[in-house]
Design a protein around this ligand. Structure first.
Ligand code: FAD
Length: 318
């Protein structure tokens, strides 16, 4: 991908004027192809449709980097409602969230406290009769954000596990130089990993920029985690990597209940269907909410052709 376009789109993702413009014209920008809707009701309907087809799902209330303790508290309350609702509906749907949305920027303890409460609630709900067991339900994965959040995110993960919270998952980004070492350091905890390439703008001092190297590191992370006995969510739309993971797990005799493929709502749906039809577990990440702008910009940065899609929605007045 032309890295200039990627950098431009990622810097625009932090631009308040561009955000205000986008929120005014969201429908015309075609944002609905990438998110399940504005409300939890819309999200539940989308997840139900996915479950009926055989997909697993997760959901995220869109938003990040809250500025005050009250906002962080409100986000925690929203996730409390989400956990209750997913549980009542009996959906095969877990939660993925950003710690910066739970107040990480206000201090590690703020996000840790909220995470601990949410995991406690998920655990209580999972003990109800007929509850969907973790990790398909009643499980919370902490997304990985910009590299300056990685130490605190890993620290929160370790603290949660030290307190016996096991229904929590972590993410490692293949583009970061540090990730293979982070993986080795975490292995004694046997984490439930999600491996991604990495979605943020990072300097060459911390991240690889060459696609070939990132793909190679991606595969190394997946293979090392699986070889060490961890459960792995292989989160990518890269069909070549998906084929490599399928072939390697087959060769190594790693059973399909040790890993899953994850893709994002609205992205490469034909590939999602194909992998599912081959008998693999496929989870579709299904975010919802009104604060969709940074999420949309990261999806555009991943594939410049998406800018053309948005442009066509715009001129078509859709
Ligand atoms: C379930 C899930 C969770 C994620 N969680 C995180 C996270 O916690 N932290 C983080 O930093 N990143 C996260 N990401 C994003 C990830 O880091 C990548 O930015 C993103 O997945 C694009 O990389 P790729 O692996 O699909 O491969 P790429 O090499 O970028 O793409 C492979 C092919 O997939 C298609 N494709 C990729 N992206 C798009 C798109 N947006 N629209 C249309 N087609 C596309 C293109 O055809 C491309 O040729 C997540 C991704 C997924 C799928």
């Amino acid at each position: 991908m032309p890295s200039l376009t990627r950098s431009l789109l990622l810097s625009l993702s932090r631009n308040p004027r561009a955000a205000r413009f986008a929120y005014r014209h969201g429908d015309r920008l075609g944002v609905k192809q990438f998110i399940a809707g504005d409300t939890l009701d819309e999200c539940v309907a989308a997840v139900r449709r996915l479950n009926e087809k055989g997909f697993h799902a997760n959901t995220t209330l869109l938003g990040e980097a809250v500025q005050s303790p009250q906002e962080a508290e409100e986000v925690k309350k929203a996730y409390t409602d989400i956990l209750h609702r997913l549980s009542e509906e009996g959906l095969r749907c877990n939660v993925a969230l950003k710690l910066s949305h739970l107040g990480l920027g206000l201090g590690e303890d703020v996000a840790f406290g909220h995470m601990e409460e949410l995991l406690q609630l998920a655990e209580e709900l999972s003990r109800r009769e007929g509850a969907v067991p973790p990790p398909a339900g009643h499980f919370i994965r902490m997304d990985m954000e910009e590299s300056f959040h990685v130490d605190a995110t890993l620290s929160i993960y370790r603290r949660l596990r030290a307190k016996g919270r096991d229904n929590v998952g972590i993410v490692l980004q293949a583009y970061l130089h540090r990730s293979l070492q982070d993986l080795e350091d975490l292995l004694p905890l046997r984490p439930n990993f999600r491996i991604v390439k990495g979605a943020y703008m990072e300097p060459p001092s911390v991240a690889y920029h060459d696609k070939k190297i990132i793909d190679q590191k991606y595969l190394e992370l997946v293979q090392r985690a699986l070889s060490a006995g961890c459960y792995v969510a292989v989160a990518t739309h890269d069909d070549r990597l998906i084929e490599k993971v399928k072939a390697w797990t087959e060769r190594e005799g790693i059973s399909r209940d040790r890993f899953e493929f994850q893709m994002l709502y609205g992205i490469r749906p034909a590939l999602q269907e194909e992998v599912l039809s081959q008998g693999y577990k496929v989870l579709v990440a299904t975010p919802f909410g009104k604060d969709w702008y940074p999420y949309l910009m990261r999806r555009l940065a991943e594939r410049p052709a998406n800018v053309a899609l948005v442009w066509r929605s715009w001129i078509g007045g859709g």
